[in-house]
Design a protein around this ligand. Structure first.
Ligand SMILES: Nc1nc2c(ncn2[C@@H]2O[C@H](COP(=O)(O)OP(=O)(O)OP(=O)(O)O)[C@@H](O)[C@H]2O)c(=O)[nH]1
Ligand SMILES: [Mg+2]
Length: 559
């Protein structure tokens, strides 16, 4: 495996290199492809001439891919312009992390199936999936070219309870993961960061490392780890952030993107402010980029859509498998839970974020460019995300005016995935990641149009980064993910600190933490200081807001 050197496009060997080992089965199976997708679109893969290897397909319907694509009608990879693609590994931790993660895999499979009509294992699909010959005992043989045989997600699933992971393994996504990618325990961390971080961290460190190394060995050029977790639960916050340090030590050149779900004010985990504050310190120190997402915002968005649907505003025009209405279907025979729709939004954020890595486009943004362009100072690596379309789901062929509206929406308060209003705060930088039939001229026009209403730091007035991926989300003509390094993230942190102080002043629930070996009161005071220092950085930036914009000539680099 090779890893991409930070900040450059140069590849260099790493100590995990064993690319050759993976290709020895290349071409072994180029027979028929049959990918079984349930109604929901979730996939289980089989290989051979109608013969199912490994676990039997979940539904008689089977051969979805072959039927719904041209897989049976010959071969030929999707004809992308030549670009060397990299691979990423998703590490989903705790209940929340695993539920969102599975939503992502479900939708990612649908996206690839919609594009990869011939069922060929190409570079696009290899960025997040391995192609495996399940007839090979042990690890299954990786197949790097030819027909898709059996797809395995490049993922590590970790939960200190078994329930959620077991449910996944009984659902339609079961064949996308194998037991070698899972780490579970029975008791859970009891909503206690200290149990997740200190107890399970040391207990499972070796096992976690082993799984991560294995997933890295399966990559030719590993670029990113995507960690998904909640800040409020014990496993997500505790073990999720323990893992970050492990990744930093073991894979220093691989980027760590963390999707962190922040608890709402009415969260049923009473200790969530403790867990979140303790986790924040680790995120501050060991993450490259954090995408904070507030459960309250997700809830508000879903509630608004419900109101719109029920009031008939969107009416029958709403697409059944649209961005937020599609039932995930990744859990076996389950009633839709309140989190499902919310998780779909987060999964869509991840789809858009990774679309450049998964598909080609006229203006591709490498994942390392996000951190390089949007994070000017290492601590200020929290990116506020907004996603559109969220509400105008019925629009398919959006005329130009609507396209412009999509750009405006990305900056509006009710499209943010945390409760924030970026228009009234200060931008350090902003990325616009567009998918679908959108031209560079559309991007330019909209940036020019929006610029006067947005405040950027004086030294980065042109702090825009843009990307165009030609493949839109399934069922949409285009979509936009905006990532803003903006001081509007501060109130989320201030509110969290207030909630923490309310509990901590009374020393409520503290004994549950202090009885864990390695936990002392100083852990709390250091964590809250770390958060206060971060808030202070945003304060200092905000203080420059009213300063006149410097009109400095752009630097010319001498060559
Ligand atoms: N958006 C979203 N939030 C979730 C989901 N599941 C749990 N949460 C939130 O996550 C927090 C609880 O964390 P969990 O992920 O359930 O806990 P865990 O990581 O499994 O940790 P323990 O159960 O304590 O071992 C609360 O704030 C919940 O509201 C989910 O599927 N989606
Ligand atoms: Mg749990």
């Amino acid at each position: 495996m090779l890893t991409r050197q930070r900040g450059s496009a140069v590849r260099r060997p790493s100590r995990y290199g064993n690319g050759e080992a993976q290709v020895h089965l290349r071409g072994l199976l180029t027979e028929n492809l049959y990918l079984n997708l349930e109604r929901s679109g979730a996939t289980a893969a089989t290989c051979g001439s109608g013969v199912t290897y490994g676990r039997p397909a979940p539904l008689e319907s089977a051969r979805w891919w072959a039927r719904n694509t041209e897989a049976g009608a010959g071969s030929g990879a999707v004809d992308w312009p030549c670009r060397s693609m990299t691979q990423s590994v998703v590490v989903q931790v705790g209940q929340c992390g695993n539920q969102i993660g599975c939503c992502f895999w479900d939708l990612a499979l649908r996206e690839h199936a919609a594009v990869n009509k011939k069922g060929i294992y190409d570079e696009a699909i290899s960025s997040f999936f391995r192609n495996v010959d399940t007839r090979v005992v042990g690890d299954g043989g990786s197949i790097s070219k030819g027909k898709i045989c059996s797809l395995k997600a490049r993922a590590v699933l970790i939960d200190m309870e078994e329930g959620v992971v077991n449910e996944i393994l009984q659902g339609p996504l079961r064949d996308v993961f194998d037991s070698k990618q899972l780490i579970t325990d029975i008791s859970g961390s009891g909503n206690n960061w200290a149990v997740g971080h200190k107890v399970f961290g040391s207990l499972y460190q070796e096992k976690i490392l082993e799984k991560l190394r294995k997933s890295a060995e399966h990559c030719d050029c590993l670029q990113c780890f995507f960690i998904i977790h909640s800040m409020g639960g014990g496993t997500g916050s505790g073990l999720g952030t323990f893992l970050l340090k492990v990744l930093e030590d073991e894979f220093p050149e691989v980027y760590r993107f963390v999707t962190s779900i922040y608890p709402s004010g009415e969260d049923d985990v009473i200790t969530s402010p403790y867990n979140s504050i303790l986790a924040m310190k680790e995120l501050n120190e060991h993450a490259d980029c954090v995408l904070p997402i507030d459960n309250q915002s997700l809830f508000d968005i879903i509630s608004k859509i419900d109101v719109m649907v029920n009031s008939g505003k969107l009416g029958a025009a709403i697409k059944p498998k649209s961005l937020v209405t599609s039932s995930t279907g990744v859990f076996k025979k389950r009633q839709e839970k309140p989190f499902d729709a919310m998780n779909n939004i987060v999964a869509n954020l991840l789809l858009n974020l990774t679309s450049s890595a998964r598909f080609e486009g006229s203006l591709n943004m490498d994942l390392n460019e996000i951190s390089m362009n949007l994070v000017p100072f290492p601590q200020l690596h929290y990116l506020v995300s907004s996603l559109t379309p969220l509400y105008t789901l019925a629009d398919v062929n959006i005329p130009p005016r609507r396209l412009d509206q999509m750009f405006s929406d990305a900056f509006s308060k009710d499209h943010q995935l945390i409760r924030a209003d970026p228009r009234h705060s200060l931008y350090l930088a902003c990325a616009l990641m567009v998918r679908g039939n959108v031209q560079i001229s559309d991007l330019r026009r909209n940036i020019e149009r929006l610029k006067p209403s947005l405040q950027f730091v004086s030294w980065n007035q042109e702090g825009w980064k843009t990307s165009l991926c030609s493949v839109p989300p399934v069922g949409h003509s285009h979509s936009l993910l905006a990532l803003a390094n903006n001081t509007c993230v501060k109130p989320t942190f201030v509110e969290l600190r207030e909630r923490f102080i309310r509990l901590y002043k009374k020393k409520a629930h503290l004994h549950h933490y202090l009885q864990i070996e390695g936990m002392e009161e100083s852990c709390f005071s250091e964590a809250v200081s770390s958060l206060s220092a971060l808030i202070q950085e945003y304060n200092q930036l905000d203080a420059t807001k009213s300063m006149p914009v410097e009109d400095l000539p752009r630097l010319n680099v001498a060559v």
